[in-house]
Design a protein around this ligand. Structure first.
Ligand code: NAD
Length: 475
């Protein structure tokens, strides 16, 4: 396969390139063009030129463009899924579904009414709320869901009338370059530009005076850097950052069923999900059987190369993350944690860590306090649910969380006490284009999805005028 940037609707190469590693073999398998600062300037200029016409294209028509892009994603899923598996590691079925789910998601997102609103009329005045696009959006994405996260940003930005310069993670740039290639035949030139490069490219984007908004998904430390450099031009910023989600399991649950759902809420995509369960608080009455049920599922789960049939969990995506996860496991061992499953990397060349469940840890251990972003999770015993909630909330993170109980009403009341952007009862994870998603506390700023998320890509203008002649006079 050939990999090129997309600038102004055209395929563009770079003199420099870098290697992309297959995490299942720890070997390089492709080379990716490395965009220069000048190429970023060209992409921003192309996006700015395209903005003039694109912003005037009616929203309904822009929605049709988004859905045409969705159709192309769907049609390319089988062809591109192996590339996603090779660069990201996830099983082939999950890679295929990432394309299909992205397409379904933006089909719906692009039908949400983003028109203005009448705030009041009659009486003294008429007040309307108008929303216009911001301009050029710089989209920066991480390596865990390269397709979903890029496609969401593209759809939010272009449906609301903005144009885009998109940069994927240097660990998983190739499928995203293919998204740019797909869009060449669908979107007007310059509406979507895609450039691959290193972290420098992200930093250049955040400080670029020609970019009006940065939509960033990634880690907290990088998010802070983005916010700092965006401040020089007062860019708008949406930050979707890390989490340390708690699941609080009440003693009344159906253990085998809850264990299945909680296991996959924690370990799907090998735990590399911002809103994965990263701490499991279990009531002391069911602590042992819940631990046993989770460990049994862990042991029965097939870990291996995503290209192998039947594999449920692939490798950790990159060497640096593999080292972080192993360091957290080592620390848990030093802290006296008991390993109910996993605990050692597999003796294979790739970055494989089996699903690892550690009991006996509490506050003060790194595994409880940090975001592992990998296939390891602590099981923490609690006695009172108030104490479990206090512990769940005792973190700088606030992405999401969940309560598990057969008493749905009590579950709802407890869920509302989690200091998070999204709280679930008897489920964890999942996305819905109609539901705004965003982090509380250090897990982010702003939202994606739903009208609220789309408005984050628009500027509000309040238009206040005399009342319509037919309106009843002010009293
Ligand atoms: P990361 O912060 O290292 O990198 C994310 C992106 O930022 C990459 O494209 C990277 O090249 C770029 N980047 C690096 N330095 C930059 C800089 N100085 N300025 C601008 N851009 C820069 O994150 P990662 O390791 O790729 O992803 C894992 C993190 O992402 C986890 O913390 C995870 O929780 C988080 N995440 C959050 C969500 C969410 O919606 N909240 C979703 C997925 C992942």
């Amino acid at each position: 396969m050939e990999f090129t940037h997309t600038i102004n609707g055209l395929a563009v190469s770079s003199e420099g390139d870098f290697e992309v590693i297959d995490p299942a073999t720890a070997r390089g398998f492709a080379r990716c063009p490395d965009a220069t600062r000048e190429q970023l300037d060209q992409a921003v200029a192309a996006a700015r030129r395209a903005f003039g016409q694109w912003r005037r294209t009616p929203a309904a028509e822009r929605g049709e463009y988004v859905r045409a892009f969705a159709a192309a994603l769907r049609a390319s899923a089988t062809r591109l899924a192996p590339l996603l598996t090779q660069e990201q590691g996830k099983p082939l079925a999950a890679a295929t579904s990432e394309f299909l789910r992205s397409a379904d998601h933006i089909d719906v997102l692009s039908t949400i009414d983003i028109g203005g609103e009448l705030l009041r009329s009659g009486g003294r005045d008429k007040v309307e709320l108008h929303y216009r696009p911001l301009g050029v959006v710089g989209a920066i994405t991480p390596w865990n869901f390269p397709v979903v996260l890029a496609v969401w940003k593209i759809a939010h930005a272009i449906y609301t009338g903005n144009t885009v310069v998109l940069k994927p993670s240097p660990y998983t740039p190739l499928t995203t370059l293919k998204l740019g290639e797909l869009a060449r035949g669908i979107l007007p030139p310059g509406v979507l530009n895609v450039l691959a490069g290193g972290n420098d490219l992200g930093a250049w984007m955040s400080e670029h005076p020609g970019i009006d908004k940065i939509s960033f998904t990634g880690s907290g430390p990088t998010g802070k850097k983005v916010l700092r450099s965006a401040s020089s031009s007062l860019k708008r910023v949406t930050l979707e950052l890390g989490g340390n989600d708690a699941a609080i399991v009440l003693p009344d649950v159906d253990i085998p069923k809850a264990a299945q759902d909680i296991f996959w809420g924690a370990f799907n995509n090998s735990g590399q999900i911002c809103k994965a369960i990263k701490r499991i608080y279990v009531h002391e009455d069911i602590y042992a059987p819940m631990g046993n049920a989770l460990a049994a599922i862990a042991r029965a789960t097939k870990v291996g190369s995503g290209m192998e049939p039947g594999v449920q969990l692939g490798p950790v995506q990159n060497r640096a993350q593999f080292d972080i996860v192993n360091a957290l496991i080592d620390d848990a061992r030093r802290q006296g944690g008991e390993f109910l499953s996993g605990g050692e990397p597999l003796p294979l060349p790739g970055y494989f860590i089996p699903p690892t469940i550690v009991s006996g840890l509490g506050k003060g251990s790194r595994l409880v306090e940090e975001e592992p972003f990998g296939p390891v999770v602590p099981l923490i015993r609690y006695v009172s649910v108030d104490d479990a909630l206090d512990q769940a909330n005792d973190t700088a993170f606030g992405l999401s969380g969940s309560i598990w109980t057969v008493d749905i009403e009590q579950g709802r009341a407890l869920a509302a006490r989690l200091e998070v952007g999204t709280a679930w009862v008897n489920q964890h994870g999942g996305s819905d284009p109609h539901l705004p998603f965003g982090g509380a506390k250090a897990s982010g700023m702003g939202h994606e999805n739903a009208l609220l998320g789309l408005r984050d890509y628009m500027q509000l203008s309040v238009v206040q005028s005399p009342p319509d002649p037919s309106a009843p006079a002010a009293k």
